[in-house]
Design a protein around this ligand. Structure first.
Ligand code: ZN
Length: 282
């Protein structure tokens, strides 16, 4: 049986669990366990021993705490058997509790350049990563910006450093283009080139003007760059660590290292993102 919740359906192991291949204590750790841990925490079963690591939190380890909380969940949801495993009935019960989204981020795409990763694909990957935490990345509008030749010549390469707070320069000019959107929505600008004076490898920038949440993605961006830069906007400059130390996390500095594995967010990152004005409760 397929899973319907955006929190779970991208995990083959959870789909397998819903088909009768249970996950139990001692089984391999990873994203499947992490997603169930996050779900249980959101349902009111806190896991103090499994959370708090800036690398990967909850930790994705099926240990004693996970087993205890699963039994508590099963006890609270009769007639589930208190197996302490992610068995078929338990997986389906969890899935049924998270059919919809709890939060929404409205995205407006503004493009002055085609990108290596088609924009629709970038949106899909963002939807999948954030959907794991009940956050809907919602397409609100898309617009190809019609620039004058002079503007295009100037802005196809965005110069200037990627500062957190943008008040002038190319980024500011770029983010002023196109139909304005409410300050509770997030703008994503696609450009040909981003000037990088640091390591020549910059693919995006989460900096923006106060009250104009926006990020910029270069044509060299990976499939995760759009989701990553939106993450910076939602985390704000105050979140520490700015970049996660693990390439399993969406906020790892170099998104090429994430590869094809679907990345996760930490419990603390998700909490911070959910509190951003662009992330509305629904
Ligand atoms: Zn970054």
């Amino acid at each position: 049986m397929a899973l319907l919740s955006p929190r779970f359906f991208s995990s083959k192991r959870l789909v397998n669990a819903s088909n009768g291949i249970p996950l139990r204590q001692g089984c391999a750790s990873g994203r499947a366990i992490h997603l169930v841990q996050m779900a249980l925490i959101d349902l009111g079963f806190p896991m103090p021993r499994s959370t708090g690591n800036p690398n990967y939190s909850p930790d994705g380890v099926f240990g004693n705490e996970m087993k205890e909380k699963l039994i508590a969940f099963q006890k609270a949801n009769p007639p589930l058997a208190q197996t302490g495993e992610i068995d078929r009935a338990t997986m389906l019960a969890l899935d049924s509790k998270f059919r919809g989204y709890k939060h929404r981020v409205r995205l407006h795409f503004r493009s002055i350049s085609l990108t290596n990763v088609p924009f629709q694909e970038s949106l899909t990957w963002a939807e999948i990563v954030y959907g794991q935490y009940g956050i809907k990345m919602e397409f609100a509008s898309g617009m190809s910006l019609m620039l004058s030749e002079a503007e295009e010549a100037r802005l196809s390469q965005v110069d200037g450093e990627c500062f957190w707070v943008i008040s002038d320069g190319d980024y500011n000019e770029l983010h002023s283009l196109g139909t304005p959107v409410p300050s509770t929505d997030l703008l994503v600008y696609y450009v040909k080139n981003i000037e990088d004076t640091v390591d020549g490898n910059l693919r995006g920038c989460g900096g923006h003007a106060p009250n104009r949440p926006a990020c910029t993605v270069g044509a060299n961006g990976t499939k995760w760059t759009t989701a990553h830069e939106c993450g910076h906007v939602l985390l704000t400059k105050d979140f520490n660590p700015l970049h996660a130390p693990s390439a399993k996390n969406l906020m790892f500095k170099d998104t090429t290292a994430i590869g094809n594995m679907i990345p996760v967010l930490t419990h603390a990152q998700v909490a911070k993102m959910r509190s951003h004005p662009c992330c509305a409760a629904i």
